[in-house]
Design a protein around this ligand. Sequence first.
Ligand code: SMG
Ligand code: MG
Length: 369
Amino acid sequence: MRIENIELRRVSMPLVRPFRTSFGTITERQISLVHVSTAHAEGWAECAAEVWPLYSSEFIDASDLVIRDHLIPRLQALGDALTAERVGNALAPVKGHQMSKAVLETAILDAQLRENGQSFGGYLGAVHDSVPAGVSVGIMDSVDELLEAVAGYLEQGYLRIKLKIEPGWDLEPVRAVRERFGPDLLLQVDANTAYSLADARHLARLDPFDLLLIEQPLGERDLLGHAALARLISTPVCLDESIESAKDAAAAISLGACSIINVKPSRVGGYLEARRIHDVAAAHGVPVWCGGMLETGIGRAANVALAGLPNFVLPGDTSASDRYYARDLTAPFVLEDGHLRVPTGPGTGVAVLPEVLAEVTRSRSDIRF
Ligand code: SMG
Ligand code: MG
């Protein structure tokens, strides 16, 4: 495949409501988009890195720089031999920077699949036409406000609720949601590393609420801590931040650090590694689900395709466009009976809307190949 140009574009997308996690509040998503042009096709992808290095060590300004100065030159060196499948190895000498690597591989894969007339779902091996949608509900100022938000999402048809938790916002909101919406509600929590192993006894007090899982309670490097915690609580432990590769997934599973994995393609360097994690987990009987980074329709389309693979057995953080943005960069993803449809067109199967794109663009630069 011969790339002619890679465009880096910074957009700013206001969220419909602020999103608060244990590491901070965001009101607007600043996103780096990568747009790849070949003689025959175009590919788009979005980088998950945020403004601050708080979810992980990556952040958007550093990501732009590493893409431009360290990653793209390695792709240019491949010349015509470049394919999406070769991106991972070509970028492997650069340590870390999974999100920056992911956005390049994904944009190239999109262009390649569009050239070949194949969809992301078909390429990755999706077996479902639509996938069940969950919603991630941020930390709020009061339990009443939270109950109202959850009620609204359930009315819209979301099939699973995830509550963000942190010390001081855990037992009470979980109890309130469980009591108000009953035992059948699929409910889980996400701590984004906010606890330590010394909190094990406190976290065990979540056990009676019959949660699907607790996501990333401890630090991202603390696999042994998670393994110890998993022995002390009955809520299944799910890892997010800790898993940056299929090797990490294999290690975490072997150590007993998790019994469920949140697969985010951006966090693990792209969709090919995400599929490997899916396969490793499936081989161990470990269920996975698709996480989210408040993606626009560009990233959502590919995530929904991934979530169509057979071992994605839990509803994902793959919500409809209007949960995030009043105007999405693509035709909006809408809930149909609690599900999002897996796109079937070539590549991600979605088109970027030029007027919306122009409106949210803050800057752009081009790298000629
Ligand atoms: O995309 O619906 C979404 C957000 C899902 O909670 C979500 N993501 O740790 O899983 C997570 C968080 C990380 C993003 S917080 C800005
Ligand atoms: Mg998480």
